[in-house]
Design a protein. Structure first.
Length: 301
């Protein structure tokens, strides 16, 4: 009996060991096949992302050749190399990224005409520069008044205060002088835009000390030592392109900021610095939803 029992136990152990060996082999085979399957799936996904198989009927027999999807590749490359105002959007054809600050934004296709686009570029540049000067003239006096306790008039009353304090400079004379001087400059700028280089007068240039080496390089960028004393437009061309991009981006921000300043004054009767300090003193009580022209339901809280 003992011998028979030992033989039975040995058979069970051999059978269990054989089953375990088979299970191990099966697991290794499954792991190997799944590994190959994952590799094949990865290769398939990679090939589908870069190629497109021709499926239309051909007059030649044989297997269709894979054709690279050039449009998709170009779109991916463009999106990766060029920032757009809306990620993943397709910029219009006339905005190819060659302009400073071009993010493909023209939903109304206002710049589809190349000649009109050139004028819009110059118009935006001039308005951006005026806006930056205007915003600086609004913010800096307001900060100085708050930090030093000095009396600086707000931007919406600065002109009136100056004229009242300087009766020797009546408003009509100031307006006429400004219209004449700015009209002369803007007329020359317009004529130079229509015919680049036509406003270069050697006699006038010599009279104010402008030489050929001091003149600008492109329309809208007069440059030279007179308009570019620090030499940002000279030297590295790539750096100059970055300066142009930064200028137009800050100019666009300044134009939006000025619109916000006007809206703030209409709503609160105050300047941006006063509104900022009011908001800091009462973050929940002094917001866009609690000013004088807000929706009534917001002002109840």
């Amino acid at each position: 009996v003992t011998s028979s029992l030992r033989h039975h136990i040995k058979l069970n152990l051999d059978f269990g060991q054989a089953n375990a060996q088979r299970l191990l082999s099966c697991a290794q085979s499954i792991h190997q096949h799944f590994g190959q399957l994952f590799v094949a799936m990865a290769a398939l996904v990679n090939s589908l992302s870069s190629t497109a198989v021709v499926s239309r009927t051909s007059g030649f027999k044989g297997k269709a050749l894979p054709v690279r999807n050039v449009r998709a590749q170009a779109r991916v490359t463009m999106s990766a190399d060029r920032p757009l105002w809306y990620p993943g959007s397709t910029p219009p054809a006339h905005l190819d990224g060659s302009l400073a600050g071009d993010y493909g934004f023209d939903p109304l296709s206002l710049g589809s005409d190349p000649e009109i686009l050139k004028w819009f570029v110059q118009a935006e540049l001039v308005h951006a520069r005026f806006a930056m000067l205007g915003v600086a003239g609004i913010v800096l006096p307001g900060l100085a008044a708050k930090l030093t306790g000095s009396e600086f008039p707000e931007w919406y009353e600065a002109g009136e205060v100056y004229i009242k304090n300087h009766p020797e400079m009546p408003f009509s004379s100031l307006l006429a002088t400004q219209l004449f001087m700015m009209g002369w400059v803007e007329t020359k700028r317009l004529m130079d835009f229509r015919n680049p280089g036509s406003q270069n007068d050697p006699n006038f240039d010599d009279a104010i000390g402008i030489s050929e080496a001091q003149k600008g390089m492109a329309n809208g960028y007069p440059g030279g030592k007179l308009f570019d004393p620090l030499g940002y437009s000279r030297g590295d061309a790539a750096a100059f392109e970055q300066y142009k991009k930064k200028e137009i981006k800050n100019g666009r921000l300044a134009m939006l900021a000025f619109v916000g300043f006007v809206a703030q004054h209409e709503a609160t009767g105050k300047g941006p610095i006063d509104n900022l300090f009011d908001h800091i003193a009462d973050p929940l009580g002094a917001t866009f939803a609690t000013n004088g022209i807000s929706v009534p339901s917001f002002t109840q809280f």
